[in-house]
Design a binder for this molecule. Structure first.
Ligand code: ADP
Length: 456
């Protein structure tokens, strides 16, 4: 007679779906490399490979006081960074919460608010004596939304992302707008550089660790930046920049394989996420990797098994059937549960979803989390490997500064990236080492401002 499938039987099916063989990874790396090259050669490609106008590496000897302003997703952050040379620095900072209304209100008002906060911050630091009265400090502005730049102190917003929608900003030079706000509030600061967080991370990480060649972000989204010789960026060949100079490239690699969907191993869960997202077809690589989606992948598998009558028979499952109700942070917790009974997983399902679980189910969930998390790390390794291979960094080795909650908090994420690099490159893969990056939008932005100032 037919026997009922055990959870272990079910698991085998998912193992086959989420496994990535070394051979498959190498194929992805090759396609990734081609995509990077295409982005460097022509404008408007899938992986846009954005020139940042940050020229060359910092020397680690940059000195002085700098302001840094980061207009990120939830907060406005303002920092005073004192670069002390020899890769050392001090930082003082303040955060201001942005309301949903401010994100949708008139654009100039948003920058005026930034100016107002910066003014308050500078005044407070005049009193504390950290900023000498009468000085005008150079300012690095971190603005991580797609901008068209043709020099470092200029950037036209192409479109808002991350829930911003302030009118009369898209199509405008955001540096000019912010500059207006600074003069309106009489802030003693001069904007010298506009950067994104990934480029800032690259520069900050190199400042403290000169072996750094690449920076990656694994957070809500995923992205990477690295340094390219100007002569190897054909799409800017006509700008008359010294071809021997190096320029940081903001890859925006989350877009790899978008629309064509030819290279990445997408399961039907990944397809569902894509189709029901607000931007179907876009950010294909990011949707398999970043913190925004990993929890949702696991949730979709669980929902499939609920529909098949395998899980939670007789229980009310409406809570877990709500889209995006399973945060990626839960996967971290599941994987790091130290108890034999998997008490953490009991707690998660009980508390957040009002569901009872058996030990076999909990072991199954933990194994699923591992499959999803491991695939994300191995795909991340493919992206890193594509840059390493393009730039010929394998023999001498290089360091990769990485930031974001996924990298910093998901158990084994760095180890799994390293394992992936070993599977792609063999023994030499061990020459590529990731480490926790420095704060890109504070320190990095200040260093970029310093580099710009010294070049002038
Ligand atoms: P951002 O990228 O928005 O600047 P983070 O780097 O903190 O911010 O990334 C936030 C993302 O990381 C969210 O998608 C969240 O689900 C995920 N996340 C938060 N905490 C954890 C955790 N402990 N483990 C894994 N992922 C997490």
């Amino acid at each position: 007679h037919a026997t009922k499938k055990t959870m272990a039987d079910h698991l085998r099916k998912y193992e086959a779906l989420f496994n990535l063989t070394p051979q498959r990874m190498r194929m992805i790396v090759e396609a990734f490399k081609e995509s990077l090259e295409l982005g460097l050669s022509k404008h408007g490609q899938i992986v846009p490979m954005i020139p940042t106008y940050v020229f060359g590496w910092p020397t680690s000897q940059e000195l002085g006081n700098f302001l840094a302003v980061d207009l990120g997703g939830t907060n406005l952050r303002v920092c005073l960074v004192t670069l002390e040379g020899k890769g050392k620095f001090e930082i003082t900072q303040a955060k201001y919460r942005l309301s949903e209304e401010q994100k949708q209100d008139e654009g100039q008002k948003l920058f005026d608010f930034c100016g107002e906060c910066l003014k308050a911050f500078v005044d407070a630091n005049h009193e504390s004596g950290l900023i000498p009265k009468g000085s005008v400090l150079p300012l690095g502005f971190t603005f991580s939304y797609p901008c068209a730049q043709d020099r470092i102190d200029h950037g036209v917003l192409i479109r808002w992302t991350k829930g911003f929608g302030a009118p009369n900003t898209e199509g405008h030079d955001v540096v000019e707008m912010f500059r207006n706000s600074l003069s309106k509030h009489q802030v003693p600061a001069e904007i010298v550089a506009l950067t994104c967080d990934t480029t800032g991370t690259l520069i900050a990480s190199h400042y403290v660790n000169p072996k750094t060649r690449i920076a990656c972000i694994f957070g809500t989204g995923c992205n990477a930046a690295y340094m390219e010789k100007v002569q190897d960026i054909p799409k800017i060949a006509n700008l008359g920049i010294d071809p021997e100079m190096q320029m940081a490239i903001n890859c925006e690699w989350g877009a790899f394989d978008s629309f064509e969907h030819e290279n990445l191993p997408r399961t039907k869960y990944d397809q569902t996420i894509d189709e029901s997202s607000n931007k179907p077809g876009e950010q294909a690589f990011e949707k398999l990797i970043s913190g925004r989606y990993l929890g949702e992948i696991l949730r979709l598998i669980i929902c499939e098994l609920i529909d098949e009558g395998v899980l939670f028979l007789g229980q009310n499952t409406y809570k877990i059937e709500i889209a995006y109700s399973l945060d990626t942070a839960f996967l971290s917790l599941m994987e790091s549960d130290p108890t034999d009974e998997l008490l953490m997983i009991i707690g998660i399902f009980n508390h957040f979803f009002a569901l009872e679980t058996t030990l076999a189910e909990r072991q199954f969930f933990r194994a699923l989390a591992k499959l999803v998390g491991r695939r994300a790390a191995r795909l991340s390794a493919c992206g890193i490997a594509a840059i390493v291979s393009r730039m010929g960094y394998l023999d001498e080795g290089c360091a990769v500064g990485a930031d974001g909650s996924l990298y910093n908090k998901y158990p084994m994420f760095p180890e799994r990236i390293h394992e992936g690099l070993f599977d792609i490159f063999g023994e030499k893969g061990k020459n590529v080492v990731t480490y926790r990056a420095e704060d890109g939008s504070g320190i990095g932005s200040a260093i970029v401002a310093a580099m710009t100032k010294f070049r002038k």
